[in-house]
Write a protein that binds this ligand. Structure first.
Ligand SMILES: Nc1nc(=O)c2c([nH]1)NC[C@@H]1CN(c3ccc(C(=O)N[C@@H](CCC(=O)O)C(=O)O)cc3)CN21
Ligand SMILES: CC(C)C(=O)C(=O)O
Length: 277
């Protein structure tokens, strides 16, 4: 028997699709995203209503204990993508192209195919510039792409540390141009990391694709945090301003994920204390 549609059919209970993300933005529904690296946490986050999970190259730091994301390989991300995929039934799985795997279109395609075949629904890559060609190459070959601008951790050697980006007017204008360019290249979503709240809000208003902030203020269409950070684990370095421990108030991993999802949806996270002015 087919269930008839009713007011009780919440679209939030259906698996997320790429078109669903753009619809969420149009309808003003905020997206809650967390990183995740294994099936056990994936099941818990999925059940708590987390919309998107990211197998981020942050796994190099929080899982492997390295001091940057640069040593992470395509095989590492593919392995964790397969693990996470087995734990999900509703959340959309995004996998990070690690350092240099997106250096040219052919390499990026090969890695992205491996991630989609392991269960990802989208791949993420850092930057604009020559990466625009990579985005177009992937999107033309039916691979949904999430772009990532602002603080791009794979640029840590050039940047000299993990610092807020787009602080002066010229840098903010460049960031806004890059954001328009990744959308024009075909990106379906955009992560904005460590940018002043006003700049992120302006970019969010400029674009039709959802923006997902981390240290980018409350004006984005969604938020992401590293799982270990929102569970209060010691990351081995100074805790960034945007990190909030949701386990402290939740009392369990499931409650922490639920509290995070609700705080994002209701616009209570991030507040000014967890953003850059
Ligand atoms: N555990 C963890 N959480 C993350 O969010 C994260 C990683 N690892 N690894 C990869 C990158 C590195 N990230 C970081 C790391 C440090 C800061 C940080 O301390 N930022 C300063 C900004 C200072 C400024 O420029 O004003 C801060 O005080 O928040 C930000 C992002 C984000 N990503
Ligand atoms: C922090 C998020 C956005 C990320 O890129 C990662 O986990 O690698």
């Amino acid at each position: 028997m087919y269930a008839s549609p009713s007011k009780d059919d919440r679209p939030a209970d259906k698996p997320w699709t790429v078109p669903g993300l753009a619809a969420a933005k149009r309808e003003g529904r905020k997206l809650a995203m967390l990183t995740c690296y294994d099936a056990g946490f994936a099941r818990t986050l999925d059940a708590a209503g987390i919309d998107l999970v990211l197998v981020g190259d942050s796994l190099g730091m929080v899982v492997q204990g390295r001091d940057s994301t640069l040593p992470v390989t395509v095989a590492d991300i593919a392995y964790h993508t397969a693990c996470v995929a087995r734990g999900l039934s509703r959340a959309l799985l995004v996998s990070d192209l690690p350092f240099a795997a997106d250096a040219d279109p052919a390499r990026a395609l090969e890695a992205s195919v491996a991630f989609l075949q392991a269960g990802a629904g989208m791949v993420k890559l850092e930057g604009a510039g020559h990466k625009l060609e990579v985005i177009r190459h992937l999107v033309e070959r039916e691979i949904p792409v999430c772009a990532h601008l602002g603080l791009t951790p794979q640029s840590v050697l050039r940047l000299g540390g993990y610092k807020v980006q787009g602080r002066d007017e010229a840098a903010a204008a460049r960031l806004r141009e890059d954001a328009r360019a990744v959308q024009a290249a075909g990106a379906s979503m955009l992560v904005l990391e460590c940018v002043p709240s006003g700049v992120a809000a302006a970019i969010t208003a400029d674009l039709d694709i959802p923006t997902i902030g981390i240290g980018a203020g409350p004006g984005c269409d969604g938020q992401v945090l590293v799982l270990h950070d929102m569970l209060g684990l010691d990351s081995g370095h100074r805790r960034p301003r945007f990190v909030k421990d949701f386990l402290a108030e939740g009392g369990s991993v499931a409650a922490a994920a639920l509290a995070y999802a609700e705080a994002v949806r209701e616009g209570r996270f991030p507040d000014a204390e967890h953003a850059y002015a």
